[in-house]
Design a protein around this ligand. Sequence first.
Ligand code: ZN
Ligand code: ZN
Length: 366
Amino acid sequence: MPIKAAVMTAPGAPIELWELEDPVIEPGGILLETVSSEVCGTDVHLHHGRLAGVPYPIVPGHISVGRVLEAHAVEADTLGAPLESGDLVTFYDVHETCHSCYYCLVAQQPNRCPRRRVYGITYSAHDGPLGGWAERIYLKPGVQTIKLPASLGAGDVIGGGCGLFTGFAAVERSELAMGDVVLVQGTGPVGLAAVAFAALRGAGLVVAIGDPSPRLKLAEALGADVTISLSSESESEREVHIRELTGGRGVDVAIECAGAPAAVPEGLRLLRDGGTYVIAGHYTDVGNTTINPHIDINRKHARVLGRWGLDFGHLYRALRLLDRNKGSLNFAGVIGRRYTLEEANQALADVEELRVTKAVITPARA
Ligand SMILES: [Zn+2]
Ligand SMILES: [Zn+2]
């Protein structure tokens, strides 16, 4: 039976509904029935052509949860949990990392492996249902899978989406110490996850700067002690506010999850001397900004780190924390609306206009 998919044919073009052929399941391959996939900021950027090397037309949707329909000679997920038909699984969108190039072997930066491919981003729709905006997803042999812990439903995972794991990775990258004052810039899905995991990791105070107000409410529910609205305080008022909270020093750790260039000089300014700044929100190229190297970095002894996407380990360990802290990490509550494949254009527009915090594609919904 053909597979209905929402296809991004070119930057700027409306999403089209296509019918893709059912894939041949190779040994080691798994066919999933898509339960839920996400629409994230990256999909908006893909729609604006802001990521290099994307082979349009593509089936978007890099983080998804599906039910095992059929597996060919696969008995367990990547780490050995037995897999049966009907089980709920998620998978690491990055695939075909070569483990034999300079970046894989010497630099140990597999995220920079030139041979890596990413579901929902770097596979063409002509290669098959290799993205989550489709009724079924084909997991090629070697795609790293995780069977969901029994306590978790698709919404718990996709409500955070890739932002959940990116926020987790950014907090870990900061190495924040227990008791640190942490500033999170941005209250989209990445920022909300950074807030939640910073609080869980033992921050002394979590401050979030963002907008609109429903997102600030979500930040509070997930662990922010103080939220600051971008639209109701000017940049200089925000600086006064943060200095008041920190004895005039600035924050110990700041995590940029805004994806806006202007956030970077502001974040560096709000950092205390010797503090750590992690830039996690600029997954795609959204432009330049100006900093003062002397004031913002050198004299300050700032530690400035980038965090691009996530590793399989982040996915696995973040799910473990979701399983253990389901009450406090309510990411299902972040879902603003569920969309059918036919509504994919609306979903993209709603994410771009910040009308919903997390938009979710549920292909099976009648
Ligand atoms: Zn490699
Ligand atoms: Zn994403």
